[in-house]
Design a protein around this ligand. Structure first.
Ligand code: AMP
Ligand code: ZN
Length: 431
């Protein structure tokens, strides 16, 4: 019924397993520079953790902690034990990198395989991974999980709809992994090409990496003629495979034998009442290379009360409803407005003011940056302006990994708001 027996563990056994793994994780953490000094200062040792709830004795770990201890500060093993690293998308300046031992890669692949099995994919099915490979975990993370399950895996990568379609047809693909915005774009492409999506063999789409609504899921299902399952993950917690919908499509089971999951009030750090929305905080229980304790994901969600009809016992998370910080996700890339500001302010031609606009083009989210140019550079020579616009576009693309539309505007022409500057304007229609 399940891919692994652990999916059906009774709560008591699950908590016993969590406690045992938490103790082991704390012992491992004490081998890293960062946690040995942080936990050492508090006098904490594995003996202090005798139930999953004891996790509250630990301080939170934040993205700034990861940045501040980049690259090796959280590593717990000798360097020759590591076989891979990934980095969170769109972060430059001081990025965050996650290092994996062979144990970590293996257990991650197992978790992803478990997710794929839960939606109904089976050994022998053909699976096309339509998300980008590289430092982004949606490529290799999904890939290794699919292979683990025994799927014939097509590493298509992102983009190039014509080629995607050819692969889907030629190899009779049963399931795909695709980001929701590209799924909607792909639906328009199929329509343009006059292709009936039900003529394809596909039945499953795993969609994730960016926020989307239930309405968007319904649209994807209708337009592509398949079932779409929400898939949640983040690089700091391995990547995809953290929480996943089962065939019931009723919220995402979060694998509690691999993570301790908390939901807190982002302002107070206290646990919210069961079923209330708050910030998701996660602790890895199976990682040996770079375990992370009480990580503030900044993602807002809630536990769905009650049991799932599929009888898996691991609790379910509701769809991510937003962020506790200002991070934007465009085309699957994480973007902080501050990155845009840093890039712009490093250019001598740019004046003080800019505004980031989010808008929809067809089904895809796009980014426009209006930039005020200093008087000396705002000349009548079209060629000079075009070349400046190209230069700014390239600089931003290098920083945020997405190509924005750049519009040059005159000095002092962007309306100033009173009080805090409005840096991001969202022109996308809300469902
Ligand atoms: P990355 O580490 O670059 O893969 O980005 C992880 C972030 O992507 C998460 O913290 C979420 O903000 C977002 N994300 C991933 N999966 C989903 C999903 N299914 N729904 C909403 N947001 C998601
Ligand atoms: Zn279920």
């Amino acid at each position: 019924m399940y891919y692994e027996a652990a999916e059906g563990l009774a709560r008591e056994s699950l908590e016993r397993l969590q406690t045992e793994r938490l103790k082991r994780t704390i012992a491992t953490c004490l081998r890293s520079q960062f946690y040995s000094s942080r936990l050492g200062a508090l006098g904490l040792s594995p003996d202090d953790f005798n139930s999953p709830d004891d996790i509250r004795k630990l301080p939170f770990t934040t993205k700034d902690d990861l940045r501040g201890n980049y690259p090796y500060g959280l590593l717990c093993q000798p360097m020759d034990q590591y076989v891979r690293l990934h980095a969170s998308s769109g972060t430059t300046g001081t990025p965050t990198a996650i290092f994996y031992t062979q144990n970590d890669i293996d257990s991650w692949a197992g978790l992803v395989a478990r997710c794929m099995y839960a939606v109904g994919l089976r050994k022998g099915d053909v699976f096309q991974n339509m998300s980008g490979y590289g430092l982004f975990t949606g490529g290799l993370g999904i890939h290794y999980g699919a292979e683990r399950l025994g799927l014939l895996t097509v590493p298509a990568g992102a983009g190039n709809s014509k080629r995607q379609l050819k692969l889907l047809r030629d190899f009779h693909v049963d399931g795909v992994h695709i980001i929701p915005s590209y799924a909607l774009h792909f639906a328009s492409f199929l329509k343009q090409e006059g292709i009936d999506p039900t003529s394809l063999n596909w039945r499953f789409a795993l969609i994730g990496a960016e926020p989307h609504t239930e309405e968007a899921r319904q649209r994807i299902q209708e337009l592509l003629g398949l079932k779409a399952y929400n898939s949640y993950g983040l690089t700091e917690m391995n990547g995809p495979g953290v929480a996943f919908e089962c065939e019931k499509q009723a919220g995402m089971h979060v694998w509690e034998d691999a993570y301790i999951v908390e939901i807190i009030n982002p302002d107070t750090g206290e646990h919210v009442a069961e079923g209330e929305v708050g910030e998701l905080v996660m602790t890895t229980l199976c990682r040996t290379g770079m375990p992370i304790l009480r990580y503030r994901t900044r993602d807002l969600t809630r536990f769905i009360p009650g049991a799932c009809e599929c009888s898996r016992t691991h609790r379910r998370l509701d769809r991510i409803t937003g962020r506790a910080d200002d991070m934007l996700i465009i085309k699957g890339c994480n973007i902080y407005p501050m990155q845009v500001e840093q890039a712009l302010m490093s250019m001598p031609e740019v004046a003080q003011n800019y505004v980031i606009e989010l808008f929809k083009e067809g089904e895809m989210d796009q980014l426009r940056v209006k930039v005020e140019i200093k008087e000396d550079y705002f000349v009548e020579d079209m060629r000079a302006l075009t070349s400046l616009q190209k230069k700014i576009t390239a600089r931003l693309r290098d920083e945020i990994l997405v190509t924005p539309r750049v519009e040059l505007v005159q000095h002092d022409s962007i309306p100033k708001s009173e009080g805090k500057a409005v840096r991001v304007v969202d022109l996308r229609e809300k469902p």
